[in-house]
Design a protein around this ligand. Sequence first.
Ligand SMILES: [Zn+2]
Length: 184
Amino acid sequence: MYTAVQIDSNMTLEEALAEIEIPRHIRELLKIVTISYVSFDDHIHEGQLVVHKNIADDVVEIFSAISKTGFPIHHAIPIVKYHWDDEASMSDNNTSAFNYRVIHGTSNLSNHSLGLAIDINPLFNPCYAIDGSVQPALGKYEPSKAGTIRPDDEIVSIFTSRGWRWLGHRERKDWQHFDKVDAV
Ligand SMILES: [Zn+2]
């Protein structure tokens, strides 16, 4: 049976980087990639991520591998759709990569600022800070729920076998976060 692919996002890089000032040397590192995934409606969707050009092919292959496992991705839309409001994007369970921002609770630029990090289904895989605060505020980690990342899930090994880190097992539990910091 043929079912049409649902298009969740179809932007140019220029559209995806609108509304904010991004230093030119960073802008030049970024690419927009189209990824396929199975969403919670069991249909194949196509979304987009803005990532560092060095990991662009890697990211497309990773999401292709994830879709074969059936792990659902709610949707992936560049964060400009949420006017660069990370809390709004996370609350909408949106999977995203590039965002020109600092690490929550610090003044350090996040790995998301170079497009080297991806947050997956963040409403289901929130970040628990050491001080006990949760991002997004309504996020809840319930391992039995589909789309939640558990330590022995294939999605984790798909990333880590390609040299990515997962921050779900750190002291500051950032269940949603994968990055590849040594790609530059
Ligand atoms: Zn992250």
